[in-house]
Write a protein that binds this ligand. Structure first.
Ligand SMILES: Cc1cc2nc3c(=O)[nH]c(=O)nc-3n(C[C@H](O)[C@H](O)[C@H](O)COP(=O)(O)OP(=O)(O)OC[C@H]3O[C@@H](n4cnc5c(N)ncnc54)[C@H](O)[C@@H]3O)c2cc1C
Length: 398
């Protein structure tokens, strides 16, 4: 135990300790290295261009080829059969692609749309959609939000009505990531408006079904490399085999899905904040004002100390919650805390990094303004800060 020392020995603090967290092993380190190398070599050089054009579908093909789209998915569907932490590693290392939009598009595919198919889908649905999705040959999206209902999921209006051995779907979904490029959508509908929370059903709908219209491409504050769609469903007929999971259990299925989505999002926030911190630290050690590096001013030093403390607390919360999840718990309270805290601190860190850069921080060239714009989404998407606070508060019986 290094901490207990004798009078003769002076123990120096391990400020530069690079010890990995206990949830990770050698295999995670190797995976980390290969994803990082891929992101730096094949993604980052295109980040600026993809901000204008959105990233191409070939990124999915390439990531499928490399085995990155099914890291924690079962081997029998083409996945790598890894633990949940491999998914965290992907979320963390993709930040080196310098594109929040790309990381989000990939996460929607791997950690939002795919898990409910694997958890609740039939063998046929898994073979038809998960296998090619892991291979990067088919792209998935997830449709919960509607023009009149986002936080209030139970308030959605998209209806699926049974007609013989088919269902007829009518309604619309908005802000759907990958909505323009996806081959299929995991769609939340209402099948029985009088049944309360037991009146919802998920469907797995091919996006080329007659009656599905990809309406406009929505313009956003950030995440420009992702495509975001408004979708319309008009008399879309699907066979009953398109039901995903149990009829009437869709609300519970999607609440389960949201937990994984939130934890992965939180991991991405921490990694994004860390990357912005590192970049800004380099800047603060180079940029001079009043005869010294700006990082040597106590005020700036304290800003870094505050940021580092925020990042570390969020990271510990994410890792410990991931450990609970990996070990069989369903830690909704902690996931909500991790999502809330990581999203908040990521925005605060990005904002402070702009400040430390001065005018340069406001310029596109330095990339920190983009981190702020991209990160800002995380306080809204996958459940707003206010909804996270409500979930946490209610978990205490309030
Ligand atoms: C870029 C982007 C990508 C997205 N991708 C997807 C996607 O792929 N699929 C998908 O389904 N959705 C997606 N979303 C939608 C996102 O999940 C919703 O925007 C989010 O859940 C909030 O819903 P809303 O926009 O309808 O806001 P609203 O629900 O209208 O909320 C407005 C405000 O009211 C507050 N509020 C609402 N209810 C309460 C309450 N009970 N207590 C306190 N405050 C409350 C909210 O916190 C918020 O501040 C995306 C959104 C964006 C911006």
């Amino acid at each position: 135990m290094r901490m207990a020392t004798s009078r003769s020995e002076i123990v120096k603090p391990d400020f530069a300790a690079g010890r990995r967290h206990f949830i990770f092993g050698d295999e995670h380190d190797q995976l980390r290295e290969s994803i990082r190398a891929f992101a730096l070599k094949e993604l980052a050089p295109h980040a600026d261009e993809w901000e204008r054009t959105t990233f191409p579908d070939s990124v999915f093909h390439r990531m499928g080829e490399l085995g990155f789209l099914g890291l924690d998915k079962p081997e029998r569907y083409g996945g790598q059969g890894g633990d949940y932490y491999t998914s965290l590693v992907l979320a963390e290392e993709l930040v080196h692609g310098d594109s929040g939009g790309l990381a989000m598009g990939v996460a929607v595919h791997t950690d939002m749309a795919m898990p409910p198919i694997l958890a609740f889908g039939s063998e046929e649905q898994k073979r038809e959609w998960v296998v090619p999705a892991i291979a990067g040959q088919r792209i998935l999206c997830l449709g919960i939000t509607e023009p009149d209902a986002g936080s209030d999921v139970a308030g959605i209006k998209t209806r699926a009505v049974r007609d013989g051995d088919e269902y007829v779907i009518n309604g619309s979904k908005t802000y759907i990531t990958n909505g323009h490029r996806a081959d299929a959508i995991v769609l939340v509908t209402k099948t029985d408006p009088d049944a309360g929370y037991d009146g919802f059903t998920l469907f797995l709908v091919p996006m080329d079904s007659p009656g599905v219209t990809r309406e406009k491409r929505l313009e956003k504050l950030g995440m420009h490399a992702s495509d975001t769609a408004l979708l319309a469903f008009q008399d879309v007929r699907v066979p009953e085999t398109a039901v995903l999971g149990e009829v009437g259990k869709g609300f519970y299925h999607i609440m389960w899905e949201l937990q994984g989505e939130r934890l992965i999002g939180a991991a991405g926030c921490v990694a994004g904040a860390q990357k912005c911190f590192d970049r800004t630290l380099r800047y603060a050690l180079e940029r001079k004002a009043f005869g010294r590096e700006i990082g040597r001013f106590q005020v700036i030093r304290h800003k870094f100390a505050e940021m580092a403390t925020k990042i570390e607390t969020a990271r510990q919360l994410v890792y410990t919650t991931a450990w609970r999840h990996q070990n069989g718990e369903y830690p909704v309270r902690e996931i909500s805390m991790a999502k809330l805290h990581a999203a908040r601190i990521a925005v605060e860190v990005a904002d402070e990094c702009i400040q430390i850069h001065g005018g340069a921080g406001y310029m596109r060239e330095y990339g920190v303004e983009r981190v702020w714009r991209d990160m800002r989404l995380n306080r809204i998407g996958a459940g707003t800060d206010e909804i996270m606070l409500d979930v946490i508060g209610r978990s205490y019986g309030l």
